[in-house]
Write a protein that binds this ligand. Sequence first.
Ligand SMILES: NC(=O)c1ccc[n+]([C@@H]2O[C@H](COP(=O)([O-])OP(=O)(O)OC[C@H]3O[C@@H](n4cnc5c(N)ncnc54)[C@H](OP(=O)(O)O)[C@@H]3O)[C@@H](O)[C@H]2O)c1
Length: 332
Amino acid sequence: MKDAMQAFVLEGPPDAVSASVRTIDTALLPDEEVTIQVEYSSINYKDAMIAHGVGKMVRQFPHIPGVDLAGTVAADRSGRLQPGDKVIVTGYDLGVGRFGGYGEYARVPADWVVPLPDGLTAQEAMTLGTAGFTAMLSLQALERNGLRPDRGPVLVTGATGGVGSTAIDILARAGYQVAASSGKPDMKDYLMRLGASEILTREEVVDGSPKVVLAERWAGAIDNAGGATLEYLLRTTRTGGSVALTGLVHGHAFAATVYPFILRGVNLLGIDSVNCPMAPRLEAWRRLAGDLKPRHLAEIAHTIALGELPAKLKEILDGGARGRYVVKIAGA
Ligand SMILES: NC(=O)c1ccc[n+]([C@@H]2O[C@H](COP(=O)([O-])OP(=O)(O)OC[C@H]3O[C@@H](n4cnc5c(N)ncnc54)[C@H](OP(=O)(O)O)[C@@H]3O)[C@@H](O)[C@H]2O)c1
């Protein structure tokens, strides 16, 4: 390993974070078991929040963000991995309390490491990243709670973003009728190509009326928005249906009554990709590489260099995400 590496580095304090691509000493990497030469990382909404100090999730500086990485094992003192093994790491404390994927090297506990499954390249794994993994966890949670393609349409909110794009592709591949809500009218053709058969505006998935339930419409939903969008979803989910809640781009607070739950048996399913245990984590990645590998990864992916991160992170924080931004690290 080199003594110094290129990385996207944040400096504090937590309420006035600044960022630059610069050289940083590899001796600053944490003292953990597995050293990984990073080939690709990606941008998730959480990275955009961290890079701008939103939520003050990072307290120690300098800090290298990036909650996802794919690369090659350079060394492993746990003995569980071999130099040269291709691996993925997403979630846990990567890029939050520990240095993340936006540097040429990362060092993590062996318990965080997922072998790159057959059927995925490192670039494809990062096109999926936390977003695709979360979409898969959402579908699995919905199906555990009774969702089947013949139950009716499934709505994906925040559709053009990372979780949204991959969720549409996976749902369509699994045989579901998919509806998508988006704030970007110019992205309708993209969403239809991914597999959506109906496109709604963001306004159409909010209802300001005081009615405790609305006409039954969705057999299931993957909700990246939260807030008033989630309020609408709970009131329009069909009897016995479920909402998989992943995100908060519309808001972290929502108002609800008990009626969707006690009159229609609606399920609200929380999705946590960060602390997902290893057995379901491996199973989700197996399906992402296999029977439910999204068909449109090449169209969803936009590959960028480290130097493009500042502009893209800002765009994403402002709700402008279109698909997934894959960050090429190796050779940076
Ligand atoms: N629970 C977990 O483990 C987990 C994992 C990954 C992500 N998340 C969360 O899930 C959400 C989506 O993540 P992501 O990586 O897909 O983000 P992203 O790529 O930035 O996409 C977010 C999308 O949300 C939509 N949006 C933005 N502002 C909005 C608003 N004010 N109201 C309604 N929709 C809005 C936009 O799509 P349109 O323009 O098409 O509407 C945007 O493209 C985030 O809140 C993220 O923190 C959670």
